[in-house]
Design a protein around this ligand. Structure first.
Ligand code: HEM
Length: 504
């Protein structure tokens, strides 16, 4: 094999040369800017080594504590700015929102989104405005979210039945598994309806999409390198994954067409039917083609399902560690629902403490700790520093949510902190932005909260929860798994004991 050595050396030398040239060009372009501080970048890899060893939101918090609340890193080829303070995120997400309203899109995401179609990763412009409007007005409006109430109630009742069955045979409940199943079932039924034949295969492919879209890969860190694109396996995986998901959609769309189930008032329609109706009516200035519809539907799945199950698993984890909070939340729910055999969504408005528990969960465990990255569309000054055009901009919401400057006892799970303050997650309190803020703020907030609130109320009403025999609350594993959404690394396993409806 020795004869291969010179070729390998030549190959890697070419890659290094190409990457160095592009970094050198970039340095010259930034010569007159007052860039944010940051660690000195190494040749080729820039500051990638600074992220080794811990999860990105934690590594970035450490770096911000050393260099300041606006930090510049060179991650591969891309200058990346990290904001970790109220002032910096307010300027980025509100004052100069329009300049940061685009998303960076690397080669993998470009393939997964069919060239930047859909909502979540499309560039800021007429197309994004159009699909976002459809999303807000047609897909995720309050009226539409309300129309899915029977689906949510049916699915949480199924959840209760499944937990009863496992609990009565003495099994532990794997909260990760049951909550993922709940989130997937609700999402499949609301987005593509109940006619889906093989939802598990499809959900698995969507999971792969989320995995491929997150994490660092050479080909995304050095997007201008044609050589890396040529040899990257990741891009082939992304193509295969997208083709499978799109083929699945083709089948569902064919079925929907055969059923022709459009109802006059639009209530009760799944999201795919709504999009097909808009496509068929063809009254929009920018017509939606079938690939646009598939991309939007993928966004609904990837945006909606994992955020819901992640929030619920962290909420249950914090509650089992904090006996006082669990008791208080359960007492509230049980006094309100005393005697009811099933829970109903209309009960939610009468609860108060449960909403505080969800807020506190989202503060300590925002499912998207770095939100979704933005891209700077024109060079712009933020808290006195220049952000170069084209830079990726990340708001470290996880770090802001645990900053002692803004929160008393920031590491403690204390839902009461929200009882005495007006701080809310609607995008105007910059110390608490689990759904982001500004033009690209999450359009699925009401939908996501409706699912999370009903499921948590149900789990607390119907069951008492206990840790396995020898585990103490303070020993519950809290490690996080890597990924774009930050889940618990090990699944939460608990005993469920049935609560009789007529006892408070
Ligand atoms: C607990 C639940 C959820 C959380 C915490 C959450 C969080 C977020 C965050 C942080 C962003 C980025 C915002 C920004 O850049 O400022 C986002 C964007 C988005 N979310 Fe959510 N989300 C949730 C549920 C949902 C649901 C249920 C859906 C749809 C069914 C959804 C669809 C989207 C879409 C399409 C975007 C991209 C918007 C755009 O780029 O214009 N999300 N979400």
């Amino acid at each position: 094999m020795d004869f291969l050595l010179p070729y390998t050396l030549i190959f890697f030398s070419i890659i290094i040369l190409l990457l160095s040239t592009s970094l050198l060009k970039q340095r010259t372009a930034f010569k007159n800017l007052r860039l944010p501080p940051g660690p000195w970048p190494l040749p080729i890899i820039g500051n990638l080594h600074c992220l080794i060893g811990s999860l990105p939101h934690r590594a970035l918090q450490d770096l911000s504590q050393q260099y300041g609340s606006l930090l510049l890193l060179q991650l591969g080829e891309t200058p990346t700015v990290i904001a970790s303070s109220i002032e910096a995120s307010r300027e980025i997400l509100t004052t100069h929102d329009v300049k940061f309203a685009s998303r960076p899109i690397g080669p993998t995401i470009r393939i997964l989104t069919g060239g930047g179609k859909g909502i979540a990763f499309s560039s800021y412009g007429e197309y994004w405005r159009h699909v976002r409007k459809i999303c807000i007005v047609e897909l995720l409006s309050n009226k539409r979210v309300q129309s899915f109430r029977p689906i949510r109630e049916e699915e949480v009742n199924n959840l209760v039945r499944n937990i009863y069955a496992s609990a009565s045979s003495g099994q532990f409940i794997n909260l990760h598994e049951v909550l993922t199943m709940l989130a997937n079932d609700i999402t499949v039924k609301t987005v593509i309806g109940s006619k889906c034949k093989d939802p598990d295969v499809f959900v698995k492919e969507l999971d792969n999409i989320v995995k491929l879209a997150s994490g660092f890969s050479l080909v995304d860190l050095y997007p201008s390198s044609w050589l890396l694109r040529l040899i990257s396996k990741r891009l082939d995986d992304a193509k295969r994954c997208r083709e499978k998901v799109y083929q699945f959609f083709d089948g569902i769309i064919r079925q929907q067409r055969e059923r022709k189930s459009t109802r006059g008032d639009g209530v009760g329609e799944d999201l795919l039917s709504v999009l097909l109706r808009i496509h068929d009516e063809d009254t929009e200035q920018i017509p939606l083609d079938i690939d646009d519809i598939k991309a939007i539907i993928s966004d609904m799945f990837t945006g909606g399902s994992e955020t819901m199950s992640t929030t619920l698993e962290w909420a249950m984890t914090e509650l089992i560690r904090n006996h006082r909070v669990m008791r208080k939340a359960q007492t509230e729910v049980r006094e309100l629902l005393k005697g009811c055999t099933t829970v109903s969504e209309s009960d939610l408005v009468r609860l108060n403490y449960l909403h505080l528990v969800i807020k506190e969960t989202l503060r300590l465990h925002p499912p998207l700790p770095l939100l979704v990255p933005r891209q700077c569309r024109e060079t712009c000054r933020i808290i006195g520093y220049d952000i170069p055009k084209g830079a990726t901009v990340i708001v470290n919401m996880w770090a802001i949510g645990r900053d002692p400057q803004y929160w008393e006892d920031p590491e403690e799970f204390k839902p009461e902190r929200f009882a005495t303050s007006n701080v809310d997650f609607r995008g105007t309190d910059f110390q608490f932005l689990p759904f982001g803020s500004g033009r690209r703020m999450c359009p699925g907030m009401s939908f996501g909260l409706a699912n999370v609130e009903l499921a948590l109320m149900t789990l607390l009403y119907h069951f008492d929860w206990k840790l396995p025999g020898d585990v103490k609350p303070e020993d519950v594993e809290m490690s996080e798994a890597p990924g774009i959404t930050v889940r618990k690394k090990t699944p939460l396993l608990l005993h469920a004991v049935r609560h009789e409806p007529d006892s408070a």
